[in-house]
Write a protein that binds this ligand. Structure first.
Ligand code: NAD
Length: 316
């Protein structure tokens, strides 16, 4: 896919992943080729790095106008309500997550866009799915509204591919850890908060139990995976539902021990809240062999390397 002919719209560019993805896409395709958008005003992370417009992804007419006016060829659709926020307002989460995705898919069909990226999540899995090395195809019975919306979204993506030939590609992101922007209200947010709190106060009160293992990934790996999937030749893509993607699996106790290697007197306490039930419904680790086979996925960051990088970058 030639970089100079692409015009990319990022929806949800003000978020934890959307901001860093916008910067990576601008580096790859050129600043002017990547139009960032969000419901909120432009975030400090992307301000001054390229074009921005406000867009409510629930407004299909506004989205269509932007696509036509800017000659958009690809959309990266990141806007969503995440797991912990979704459990507090289930119908609002369902409405935003589904309506926005269907608007993107309809416009992709009508305007014959070249390619769409939309992230799913490990939250599609539920208590009846295998806990360890959860495979891509297995029992899928999500128990959170977020997981239900992501699983329905995967089926819609596949439907638009099969029925209308929309080349939509997707990854089931694990918990994404990063330092550049604040997380958006997910169950894995503790693994980001813990670094800020450790550096600020030397302590952390964790909202999950110490032995809660969850699949996680450092942002740098997540961004690279996204670009690699989107640039993979079509014949290598064997699912237009979503790919399992794995990197690291750890518990609060393990990440705390890793932080202690850098901050010797760091202390952690555990006070589980409603997010424990969400975490308990998800797998502890992910089998991503299909992504590895189809488009050569390889993570670069393990827990030790990620911890070192987080502490180094948050410090200043
Ligand atoms: P985030 O909450 O940080 O960002 C979402 C952005 O979408 C926000 O800037 C918000 O203002 C915007 N938004 C919300 N409603 C909108 C609307 N109606 N119109 C336009 N913009 C709107 O989320 P994130 O962590 O960056 O996640 C991005 C995507 O990745 C989501 O689809 C999420 O489900 C998925 N995902 C994230 C993680 C993670 O750990 N962060 C894990 C799995 C999947």
């Amino acid at each position: 896919m030639g970089t100079d002919t692409e015009k990319i719209l990022v929806i949800g560019a003000g978020g934890q992943i959307g901001g860093e993805l916008t910067l990576a896409l601008r580096k790859r395709f050129g600043a002017e080729q990547v139009l960032a958008s969000d419901l909120r005003e432009e975030s400090p992370l992307i301000k001054g790095t390229g074009p921005f417009t406000t867009l409510d992804a629930l407004n299909k007419e506004a989205m269509l106008r932007i696509v036509q006016e800017h000659g958009i060829t690809q959309i990266y659709h990141l806007a969503a309500v995440l797991s912990a926020v979704g459990e507090k307002q289930p119908l609002m989460a369902w409405n935003i997550n589904m309506t926005a995705l269907l608007n993107v898919l309809e416009i992709a069909k009508e305007e014959k866009l070249k390619r769409i990226f939309w992230p799913s999540s490990i939250a599609i899995f539920g208590p009846s799915s295998p806990k360890n090395n959860c495979p891509q195809q297995t029992i899928v019975e999500p128990t959170t509204v977020y997981g239900i919306s992501k699983y329905a979204g995967e089926s819609w993506c596949n439907y638009y591919f099969e029925k209308y030939g929309v080349d939509v590609r997707s990854i089931r992101y694990p918990g994404i850890i990063s330092y550049k922007a604040a997380p958006g209200g997910g169950t894995t947010d503790y693994a980001i908060d813990i670094f800020h709190s450790a550096l600020k106060t030397g302590t952390y009160q964790c909202f999950l139990k110490k032995d809660t293992f969850l699949p996680m990934m450092y942002m740098e790996d997540a961004i690279r995976a996204t670009l690699e999937l989107m640039e993979a030749p079509s014949e290598n893509i064997n699912t237009h539902r979503s790919y399992n993607l794995g990197a690291i699996s750890f518990s609060p106790e393990q990440i705390a021990a890793e932080i202690k290697k850098h901050i010797a007197d760091f202390r952690i306490e555990y006070q589980p809240d409603f997010r424990q039930a969400i975490a308990d419904s998800w797998p502890a680790s992910i089998d991503d062999s299909e992504a590895r086979n189809d488009w050569n996925w390889q993570p670069a960051f393990d827990l030790a390397k990620m911890t070192e990088d987080m502490l180094k970058n948050i410090k200043p």
